[in-house]
Design a protein around this ligand. Structure first.
Ligand code: URA
Length: 281
C-alpha cells in the first residue's frame, strides 16, 4: 500500500500509449480491472471482501501500487493486466460492422487497434451507411449487459428523413408503433432543422433532421420506424450510446474510453429503466 507522494510507474505491458500506472485508489483499481463499477467496488471493500497483500481493506481512501501490491477479491487475485479493453470508434459510412467479412467488404475491424487489443469486438451493430458512436470491447459480460433488452440502454440518432412528420406521426413515434417484429417501446423525438438533399434521381428533395432516442437495439430499427410512416431515412448518425458521446473524435478514428466512461457504462448496463423512459420528449 502506498504512503506519501504518488510516483508514476512505467506503462504496463500492452498498455495504452502514454499511459502511466500511478498509485491509485483501491476502488479505481478494482473498476479498472473490470471487477465492478467504482461504486460496486466500494461495496465489495466495505463488505470486507477485498484484501491487499493478504490484509482486509475496508478504508475507501486506501491507495495501492499496481506493480507491487497483491489485490484479491474473495481470495481471487485481481490484476490490471487481465483488465479489458474499451474503445470508441466514430464509424464512417462504407464499413460493415463485423470483424471479418467473407465477401471481402471493408469492415470496422480495419479501423480499430485489434492487434493491440486481441479479442476486441463491436457491441451491437450499425448499418453499412450509418455513422457515429460504435463501442468495441473485449469485455463479454459488459457487452451482454449493455445489449440485454431489459436494460433499455438509450441510443440517440440524428436521422435526415424525407419530408416532415405531422404532429400525429411524431406522436406515433413517441408512443410506440407496430413493426413487423412487434411493437416498439416509447421513443424520444425532437424535430430539428429542415434540409434539402438530392434523392437517387438527383432531384432536390425537402427533408427534416430528427433526433430520435430508442432503448432497444432491433435490426435497422430507426430506418424501419420512419419507413413505416413513409418518411424514409436518407442519412443516419449515432450521437450517443448510453453515456458515450464522440466528444470531437474525428470520423474514422478511435480512442480508449476513460475510466469514468467505463464506470458509467457499467452503471448504465446494470440499471433497469422502466419501459416508458422519463424525460423523453
Ligand atoms: N437503426 C437503423 O436503422 N440503423 C442503424 O444503423 C442503427 C439503428
Amino acid at each position: 500500500m502506498v504512503q506519501g507522494t504518488p510516483t508514476p510507474y512505467p506503462p504496463m505491458p500492452g498498455g495504452k500509449p502514454g499511459e502511466m500506472l500511478v498509485p491509485m485508489r483501491l476502488q479505481r483499481y478494482l473498476a479498472r480491472a473490470g471487477v465492478a463499477s467504482r461504486r460496486g467496488s466500494e461495496g465489495l471493500m466495505t463488505a470486507g471482501r477485498v484484501r491487499v497483500n493478504g490484509q482486509v481493506v475496508t478504508e475507501l481512501g486506501t491507495k495501492v501500487n499496481p506493480l507491487a501490491d497483491v489485490v484479491s477479491v474473495d481470495g481471487t487475485p485481481v490484476s490490471l493486466e487481465t483488465g479489458n479493453a474499451y474503445v470508441l470508434l466514430n464509424k464512417p459510412a462504407g464499413y460493415v460492422t463485423t470483424m471479418s467479412d467473407p465477401q471481402g467488404r471493408a469492415t470496422v475491424a480495419e479501423l480499430v487497434p485489434r492487434d493491440r487489443y486481441p479479442g476486441l469486438f463491436p457491441v451491437g451493430r450499425l448499418d453499412h451507411d450509418t455513422t457515429g458512436v460504435l463501442l468495441f470491447t473485449t469485455d463479454g459480460d459488459l457487452a451482454h449487459a449493455l445489449l440485454h433488452p431489459s436494460h433499455h440502454v438509450e441510443k440517440t440518432y440524428l436521422a435526415l428523413v424525407r419530408g416532415t412528420l405531422s404532429s400525429g406521426e411524431q406522436a406515433l413515434v413517441r408512443a410506440g408503433m407496430t413493426l413487423d417484429d412487434g411493437p416498439t417501446r416509447p421513443a424520444g423525438l425532437e424535430q430539428l432543422e429542415h434540409e434539402e438533399y438530392r434523392d437517387k434521381s438527383h432531384h432536390l428533395t425537402q427533408g427534416t433532421w430528427e433526433r430520435i432516442t430508442i432503448t432497444e437495439g432491433r435490426k435497422r430499427q430507426v430506418k424501419r420506424m420512419f419507413m413505416s410512416i413513409h418518411h424514409p431515412v436518407v442519412r443516419l448518425h449515432r450521437e450517443s450510446f448510453g453515456p458515450l458521446v464522440l466528444g470531437g473524435l474525428p470520423q474514422g478514428e478511435w480512442r480508449p474510453l476513460t475510466d469514468d466512461e467505463v464506470t458509467s457504462l457499467r452503471d448504465a448496463s446494470s440499471r433497469q429503466t422502466p419501459a416508458t423512459t422519463s424525460g423523453m420528449r
